[in-house]
Design a protein around this ligand. Structure first.
Ligand code: HEC
Ligand code: HEC
Ligand code: HEC
Ligand code: HEC
Ligand code: HEC
Length: 222
């Protein structure tokens, strides 16, 4: 998804319906500017690039990009539940009980393993509480990790790549085709449709799986 593509939606459809009412009082231009300041300038929508320091210098570039570990090996609930679970220490120890056993960088992993206390990873993405999001509803319908998180396999430190604003969500709910693929490929970072059918691939998948993302307020605000 291109970040620029959300700009026109900074003025969402539901504000349109208020335009005749409020617009009559204040005029159209100030309303647009207000909406821009409110939706476009609120902190949540400008968190793109947020990259908190983590307690362990864990690298997706190394583990996914080089070692080729699938996302679901660690984020094991992503297809079943709303949240994509972070891996427990045991998952790291499957390998690190034998690999780099003396590493300074892995000391917090070993401490967590012996104490039983989880590693305190710092949250990167965080929608406001009044928004409902669900991973399984997306990944089982063929919306890939890369559409919302970009090329995690190249990230030394993972960061928020997309605005996660309402305009960004709606942009895709209104026009999902460019972001659809057969669900079995959702974790493949470099997947491309077969070039012979590329032009129609999205609409074909949409028809085959009967995909109709909702724009109702109650879908995301419950
Ligand atoms: C070997 C385990 C492992 C694999 C494989 C893995 N991750 Fe992660 N992931 C982690 C850990 C640990 C964290 C928490 C630390 C961090 O943010 O870097 C994390 C964090 C993340 C976050 C940020 C979570 C937040 O706090 O908002 C995203 C997004 C993410 N992973 C996506 C992916 C994707 C997409 C893949 C597959 C391409 C993947 N991960 C593969 C272990 C893994
Ligand atoms: C349609 C967009 C979208 C897709 C597709 C998507 N994510 Fe996310 N991801 C998000 C959003 C939005 C959040 C923040 C959720 C919140 O704050 O409640 C998030 C958060 C996360 C987190 C932090 C834990 C959590 O659930 O809050 C991890 C880990 C993660 N995603 C991994 C993945 C992996 C792995 C895939 C692919 C298998 C994936 N995501 C696909 C949008 C997406
Ligand atoms: C499937 C095996 C596997 C899993 C699971 C795994 N790792 Fe690794 N990890 C490796 C390998 C292999 C290397 C070493 C690569 C090299 O040195 O070339 C490594 C290297 C590292 C390093 C760098 C260590 C150093 O001293 O350079 C850190 C830090 C690390 N892993 C953290 C983690 C964390 C945290 C987890 C759990 C979320 C995890 N790993 C899960 C295989 C794994
Ligand atoms: C890249 C495309 C894309 C993005 C971005 C996206 N969605 Fe979706 N969303 C979809 C698709 C496709 C579906 C599945 C529709 C279907 O099953 O017919 C869906 C379904 C959902 C559902 C499930 C609805 C139901 O009826 O169960 C929720 C909730 C949802 N999205 C919320 C969000 C929120 C909140 C965001 C932004 C933080 C978001 N989505 C961003 C494409 C997207
Ligand atoms: C596809 C998901 C989705 C749908 C559908 C949706 N919203 Fe939102 N909405 C969001 C997200 C995500 C945010 C949080 C934006 C942020 O953090 O900047 C949000 C934020 C808001 C806010 C707070 C604005 C702000 O900047 O603080 C209001 C008000 C709102 N939505 C109203 C609505 C109304 C009314 C509808 C129906 C016409 C609707 N939403 C439909 C996802 C959605």
């Amino acid at each position: 998804m291109n970040q620029d593509s959300e700009t026109p939606l900074i003025f969402p459809k539901w504000l349109d319906s208020l335009r005749p009412v409020v617009g009559g009082v204040l005029g159209v231009l100030p309303i647009y500017l207000l909406a821009l300041a409110y939706l476009g300038g609120s902190p949540q929508t400008t968190d793109v690039g947020y990259r908190p320091e983590q307690p362990i210098p864990y690298s997706h570039r190394l583990h996914v990009g080089e070692l080729g570990i699938d996302c679901r090996y660690c984020h094991s609930t992503v297809e079943q539940t709303a949240h994509a679970a972070l891996p427990p220490t045991e998952t790291c120890m499957n390998c690190h009980a034998n690999i780099h056993t003396e590493s300074e960088k892995l000391l917090p992993v070993r401490e967590s393993y012996s104490s039983g206390l989880p590693v305190r990873w710092v949250r990167v993405h965080d929608l406001p509480d009044y928004v409902y999001f669900n991973h399984s509803a997306h990944v089982t319908r063929g919306v890939a990790c890369v559409s919302c998180h970009d090329r995690v396999d190249t990230m030394e430190v993972v960061y928020q790549a997309q605005p996660l604003s309402m305009g960004w969500c709606l942009d895709c709910h209104r026009n999902p085709e460019p972001n659809l693929r057969p669900p079995e490929y959702v974790t493949q970072m470099d997947w491309q449709p077969d070039p012979n059918v590329a032009e129609h691939a999205g609409s074909h998948i949409r028809e085959t799986y009967d995909i109709n993302p909702s724009e109702d307020c109650s879908t995301c605000h419950r």
